[in-house]
Ligand binder design. Sequence first.
Ligand code: GRF
Length: 198
Amino acid sequence: MNKRRVAILISGGGSNMLALLDSMTGDHPARPCLVLSNDPDAAGLARAAQRGVPVASVDHRPFAGDRAAFEAALMQPLEAAQPDILCLAGFMRVLTPGFVTRWHGRMLNIHPSLLPKYRGLRTHERAIAAGDREHGCTVHEVTPELDDGPILGQARVPVLDDDTQETLAARVLEQEHRLYPAVLRRFACGSREPLFLE
Ligand code: GRF
């Protein structure tokens, strides 16, 4: 069976991207075809290139808020790479409904909270401020509504009394690196059965 082609979009270090790259080996039904960033200086680009994965970047800054124009530029390396699946992994740009609809059913994102709690930013700070005893991460299909699509997987972590947002973020990130590869493998096999990691 042909391997599914996966493009991964990043904005920074790309630790989730690396976990995904390292998982796509052997009998895994998918292989990476591109790592694409909105920041030409994203450290993840060099890390992907070191692993022999094609990389590209489209700096969003010259588009100065013209999201559609930026996304049209993003489409060029994407169309060249012909991905079957897009994985947003620490990708920090909001995508327009036009772009999202084009990839409907084929685009995943990982968000550092137990959605539907804490859509948006500063999720760890908000969980601590709320006194939550549990927190975690979610992989979901991307839909036009921010951080709102069908949930494909979640992993939970305890919130400790002396947690700072940094210690909690680190505990969640560790679970992201387990959850995202596990969900991508199922998704690449055609399964949308949600996965809840203990
Ligand atoms: C992390 O905060 C992670 O929770 C979220 O994006 C940020 C950077 O992730 N998904 P990465 O290390 O670039 O994958």
